[in-house]
Unconditional design. Structure first.
Length: 317
């Protein structure tokens, strides 16, 4: 079982608006409402990949009711902690004529200490049957930056492999807790190591720098590619996996799908090369779909067959 954790779950609304211009009145040509948040996106993709998954986290108010209803409608197994404050709503506007995406995110609910403790108790219970626990996304108001780090340390002691995908200070302190895998996107990784990446050497140096901070394995995700560092059989291996550039319809959530594809294969004992190909293929397919975490499995399989995989050498000092 893979458990995904979303503290800042949302009702996501995606609108398709051709020729969108700020300050003008528009009529949407299509809309999609679904449960959202990075952990939920990962869970949605894992289900599509037929990996056993349960989504958990925090949900409150009418928006929280809607989140749980939407998950049930998608047949995604879930067990959320109900909180007193209202979960957030997020809106994305996709302009297919220009390939542009505009997003509006609410801050999210205020969370009480007793509600967080209930979630931690639930994670300890679910960890008894979990091979991976995935902590994804931002933290709501009033939640300390070290929440992920402390949860990872607790689950590490219980022998659970933890995956972290967040940003900013929660990512920095979370890496120090020695998670099994961290999966930042390029921007988040650049912020973590304190420099921009301009070439392959920069990515390789960043992989090593993040591993030195405490992460056992590192996966830096992009829309249709990734760089990875993995410790396997006492060896450290570095890879770049990529597929031909695709004109995206909606790139939101591609990194979540890439992570899900990678974990689905590794959960079933598949090799690194297959995990990277499946992850990049699924991520590439997802940028052609409205709604985060969604992709066509046949298209993902086709694209995975065209993924180029290169093993990289460490950068000399």
């Amino acid at each position: 079982m893979i458990v995904t954790v979303t503290l800042n779950a949302a009702v996501d609304r995606t609108l398709t608006v051709p020729n969108f211009q700020p300050g003008h009145r528009h009529r949407a040509s299509a809309s999609l409402t679904s449960a959202g948040g990075k952990g939920i996106n990962v869970a949605r993709a894992l289900k599509e990949l037929e990996a056993p998954v349960i989504a958990t986290g925090l949900a409150g108010g009418r928006a929280g009711d809607r989140i749980i209803e939407e998950l049930a409608g998608e047949a995604i197994l879930n067990d959320f902690v109900r909180i007193s404050d209202e979960s957030r709503t997020s809106t994305a506007v996709v302009d297919p004529t220009g390939g542009r995406l505009s997003e509006i995110y609410e801050w999210g609910p205020a969370v009480r200490p007793d509600e967080l403790e209930t979630l931690l108790d639930k994670l300890r219970y679910l960890s008894r049957v979990a091979s991976f626990v995935v902590f994804s996304g931002s933290l709501p108001r009033d939640v300390e930056d070290d929440f992920y780090a402390e949860a990872i340390r607790d689950l590490n002691r219980r022998g659970v492999q933890c995956v972290l995908d967040t940003e900013g200070e929660p990512l920095r302190v979370g890496v120090e807790a020695e998670p099994f895998l961290v999966s930042p996107n390029q921007r988040e990784a650049e912020s973590l190591v304190g420099q921009e990446f301009s070439d392959e050497e920069d990515f390789v140096m960043a992989l090593d720098a993040i591993a030195d901070l405490g992460a056992r394995n590192v996966l830096i995700t992009q829309e249709t590619s990734c760089f990875g560092l993995f410790r396997e059989d006492r060896h450290v291996r570095r890879f770049r996996a990529s597929v031909a550039r695709i004109d995206p319809i909606a790139p939101v959530g591609a990194g979540d799908v890439l992570l899900a594809g990678f974990l689905a294969v590794r959960f079933n004992g598949g090799p690194l090369d297959e995990a990277l190909r499946v992850g990049v293929g699924a991520a590439a397919a997802s940028v052609m779909e409205l709604g985060a975490g969604r992709f066509d499995m046949r298209e993902a399989t086709r694209l995975a067959g065209g993924v180029e995989l290169e093993e990289l050498q460490p950068v000399s000092a």
